[in-house]
Design a binder for this molecule. Structure first.
Ligand code: SF4
Length: 358
């Protein structure tokens, strides 16, 4: 058996790679596939064949990996409890596992009952949050993904150059709240759709710049940017949209298999922006049906009644363990063949904050 996967409730991307590298003689899927949480699955009476196209890359990105490590290292260094403001990443499994290790999740800093360390989530926070932590004399660790921080810096540079900011993103998403909160009230206009871009009105002298949320649909965002550039030809923006490498790669991997699949299962949380985009991308690229499930138990087996080929992917905050549980359930029911389709190999890695490595 591959040790780390069987002993750890979730496995970091790096641990996964190391485990696979150390045990090349063991089929990857056997090592991870032995975990069924409840009940015996019903074997298809006709022994139906099912092909799984496994999208790669999928699951944890470097930003999520780093955020989880920050909480775990903080627990090691300071002991429990370590408080975490908001879900560290959008995945219940990850949150519950960290709670088991001693993390306490809160919505706001005033819920922290004393001088305990606090970690800010990977999505980023408005500037008022670290300021509030300092006022409360709390030790804080910022797990904001460096690629989100990069967007924050872009916003500041544009603002300091006298631009009004247009942010393409989803209202209410923590990343959007954090990005808007980098600048004074009124400095940012949020738009979500092409229709929003068409409806924008500014005084003639207004100098404009745009930035984007990191986890959007690439194709939808390109359409919105085209409208902005047509309507405001002098608008400034990033050379490429701010959509991150992980979002881009996961969407590309889904696109590469979508037409071959009768159904796509996306493992991810309902509040995970990048996971929801994977469902949309699958459907828009030719897959007749796509569903977002948090874990194997959420699969409605009626979905698979007439399916020969199922695609599987996972959002950037979903651990590989959950993917393997889905594969395990499918293997219990059907005569399964697995083909992993990789569009690229990711090597991105982000350093931990110095406070945890010194
Ligand atoms: Fe960072 Fe992209 Fe992962 Fe978000 S999805 S944490 S921006 S790498």
């Amino acid at each position: 058996m591959i040790g780390p996967a069987m002993s750890a409730p979730f496995v970091s991307r790096h641990a996964y790679r190391i485990a696979v590298a150390r045990a090349p003689q063991i089929p990857i899927f056997r090592g991870y596939a032995a975990i069924a949480e409840s009940g015996m699955p019903t074997r298809d009476p006709e022994g139906r064949k099912l092909t799984i196209l496994l999208a790669s890359p999928r699951g944890f990105c470097a930003g999520v990996d780093r955020a989880i490590q920050i909480v775990q290292r903080a627990l090691e260094r300071f002991g429990a409890p370590v408080y975490v403001r908001h879900e560290i990443v959008h995945n219940r499994h990850v949150v519950e596992e960290l709670e088991r290790q001693g993390a306490v999740f809160v919505e706001e800093l005033d819920e922290i009952p004393g001088q305990y360390p606090v970690v800010f989530s990977a999505h980023g926070v408005p500037k008022s949050v670290p300021a509030d932590a300092e006022a409360r004399k709390l030790l804080y660790l910022d797990a904001t993904c460096p690629l989100v921080s990069k967007v924050h810096r872009e916003a500041e540079v544009h603002f300091n150059a006298g631009h009004h900011l247009i942010l393409i993103g989803h209202a209410g998403h923590p990343e959007v709240i954090g990005t808007i909160g980098q600048l004074p009230p009124g400095a940012v206009t949020l738009i979500e759709t092409i229709a929003d871009a068409e409806a924008l009105e500014f005084k003639e002298a207004t100098r404009l710049a745009y930035i984007t949320q990191t986890t959007l649909s690439i194709d939808d965002t390109i359409g919105i940017i085209e409208v902005l550039r047509r309507r405001f030809p002098a608008i400034h923006g990033p050379r490429k949209e701010d959509i991150c490498y992980a979002t881009t790669n996961r969407q590309s991997a889904v696109k590469s298999i979508a037409e071959r699949c009768d159904l796509m299962l996306v493992i991810g949380a309902p509040n995970s922006s990048n996971s929801r985009r994977l469902v949309e991308v699958a459907k828009s690229c030719g897959c007749p049906a796509a569903y977002l499930v948090q874990k194997a138990e959420e699969i409605d087996w009626a979905w698979l009644e007439t399916v020969d080929t199922v695609g599987i992917t996972a959002g950037a905050s979903a651990p590989e363990l959950l993917v393997q549980q889905v594969i395990n359930q499918l293997q219990e029911r059907y005569d399964v063949t697995i083909e992993e389709v990789s569009v690229t190999v990711e090597t991105t890695h982000f350093k931990l904050p110095r406070a945890l490595t010194a």
